[in-house]
Ligand binder design. Structure first.
Ligand code: NAP
Length: 248
């Protein structure tokens, strides 16, 4: 018996990195998985195949998280195809790093739109589905920098902080309908997003991590499994850091 037997999960941004690891972990625990991507159609096809080989249903949707209309069309399509949606992991996210003084309005807006407004878009669409079902788990992929801020990431940190307040508000609004909403705050995780950092910066990050290693997408998927499953049935409005004990 898997922890997510017969559940339907929707994971945004699942063609790479953390989202992909979550989609696979959920399928391994018995869930059927709908997921989104923006440009990686080939990677989406191979993820569908991988999940189907595990004996679960999977459908990949090209859907821009930043678009209100596409998010609503997506939720309607998933509802039609799978019949219900028990778990939402809103994981899609981007960075446009630079110091505040150099940051353009375009860089600010792109990150806020893709990381934060997207969460409004999809939770707006999905909240009525979950409220009708009288149950569901909403998980936003925040970040430790959404708690502590970061040099060169004012836009990203603000978007990730906004996700925390949004999840806490959803938890309060929808708790009476049995819908839970929580955030995961990963630290330094090895994915394409962090591959662009220099070896020097990566080494300095690891120095500041109690467990003395970068995290893996699977490390984050474990927390996402907990929050999706009945193991967290009395957990809502919370932020769980998954950062190996980042110091300072
Ligand atoms: P990643 O490797 O860059 O993958 C990003 C995923 O999001 C891809 O599947 C990408 O699809 C999708 N995506 C990007 N923009 C999208 C859009 N507008 N609409 C739909 N999908 C979109 O990222 P990651 O490192 O796994 O990070 C996943 C999440 O964790 C992000 O929210 C990130 O901010 C957060 N996080 C990451 C770290 C870290 O250290 N890596 C730390 C803290 C938080 P395509 O492949 O089609 O482009």
């Amino acid at each position: 018996m898997g922890l997510l037997n017969d559940k339907v999960a929707l994971v945004t941004g699942a063609t790479r990195g953390i989202g992909r690891a979550i989609a696979l972990r959920y399928a391994a625990e018995g869930a059927d998985v709908a997921f989104t991507y923006l440009s990686s159609a080939e990677a989406a096809e191979s993820l569908v195949k991988e999940i189907e080989q595990m004996g679960r249903k999977a459908v990949g949707y090209r859907s821009d998280a930043a678009s209100y209309d596409e998010a609503h069309e997506l939720v309607a399509a998933v509802q039609k195809e799978f019949g219900r949606i028990d778990v939402l992991v809103h994981n899609a996210g981007i960075t446009r790093d630079t110091l505040l003084m150099r940051m353009t309005a375009d860089q600010w807006n792109a990150v806020i739109q893709t990381n934060l407004t997207s969460a409004f878009n999809i939770s707006h669409a999905i909240s009525s589905v979950m409220a009708r079902q009288r149950g569901g788990s909403i998980i936003f992929m925040s970040s430790v920098v959404g708690i502590g801020g970061n040099v060169g990431q004012a836009n990203y940190a603000a978007s990730k902080a906004g996700l925390i307040a949004l999840a806490k508000s959803i938890a309060k609004e929808l708790g009476a309908r049995g819908v839970r909403a929580n955030c995961i705050a990963p630290g330094f995780i090895q994915t394409d997003m962090t591959a662009v950092l220099s070896d020097e910066i990566k080494a300095s990050f690891v120095e500041g991590i109690s467990l003395r290693r970068a995290g893996t997408p699977d490390d984050v998927a474990g927390v996402a499994l907990f929050l999706a499953s009945g193991l967290s049935s009395y957990v809502t409005g919370q932020v769980i850091s998954c950062c190996g004990g980042m110091r300072g």
